[in-house]
Design a protein around this ligand. Structure first.
Ligand code: GLP
Length: 233
């Protein structure tokens, strides 16, 4: 694991931007994209740049089940709002939260099999989840339907208005699929992520901490700010 410690999220977004720029310069054909607040500054930086993704396919990690694509809380909406309306990709895939489980899992696994991910971008859940793969998920898992844990519901409810019902389930690319990416870039900022960062890097490799699976991958880059790194030995 290559650990890059930065002062704050502004420096972190510069670093992650540079990495993506290098990969594009080396003809990256498929990038795995993530949502969440962690990626917002990075996407802003990309929008302001002249980076060209017209020859790159994007595959997103996850989507809530039961939210229409137009719903402001859906990850479809997030991606359009924060990246896709400004940057054209060759083709973009996001799990369809409106599709029947059996069909959607097969459809998304086929997409991942047909498009080997060169660089997978990840955020980190406070409970150590990656994508929406909650503690206990098999490290061999493919795309799956996830029941969101209380930790995740609590962490993400800030995005929902009081009168909006937050979905309890999501589709997520599996941990096995994430680990099949050639390179993984995981980013975490803030004190809320410090415990998960410690377990990801220093803890035992165990399915109770999905991010600890990254210790088994040969090419992982971790970008963390001082607060997120504060519990590391
Ligand atoms: C969410 C998403 C993840 C994201 C993570 C961190 O639940 N499903 O893909 O990486 O949790 O979110 P944030 O960056 O907002 O802290």
């Amino acid at each position: 694991m290559k650990i890059i410690k930065v002062k704050d999220s502004i420096k972190g977004s510069e670093k992650s931007f540079d990495i993506i720029k290098d990969f594009l310069g080396n003809n990256m054909s498929v990038i795995g994209l993530a949502t969440g607040s962690t990626q917002l500054q990075l996407y802003k930086r990309i929008i302001e740049s002249d980076l060209d993704f017209s020859n790159t396919i994007s595959i997103n990690l996850d989507e809530y089940i039961g939210l229409a694509k137009e719903n402001k809380q859906s990850y479809h909406y997030y991606m359009n709002e924060n990246l896709f309306q400004y940057k054209k990709f060759k083709k973009s895939y996001i799990p369809n939260g409106d599709n029947k489980e059996e069909l959607e899992l097969e459809r998304y696994n086929n997409i991942i099999n047909d498009n080997k991910i060169d660089l997978q971008l990840l955020g980190l859940g406070e409970n150590g989840h990656i994508g929406f793969n909650e503690p206990g998920t098999s490290f061999k898992s493919k795309t799956n339907k996830v029941k969101l844990t209380k930790s995740t519901l609590d962490a993400n409810k800030r995005f929902f208005d009081e009168n909006e019902i937050m979905p309890k389930y999501a589709y997520s690319m599996g941990i096995g699929s994430i680990l099949s990416a050639k390179t993984i870039l995981i980013i975490a900022y803030g004190i809320n992520k410090a415990d998960a960062v410690k377990k990801m890097i220093e803890g035992p490799i165990d399915e109770s901490v999905p991010a600890s699976s990254l210790q088994t991958h040969k090419d992982v880059i971790i970008i963390i700010d001082e607060a997120a790194a504060s519990k590391l030995n």
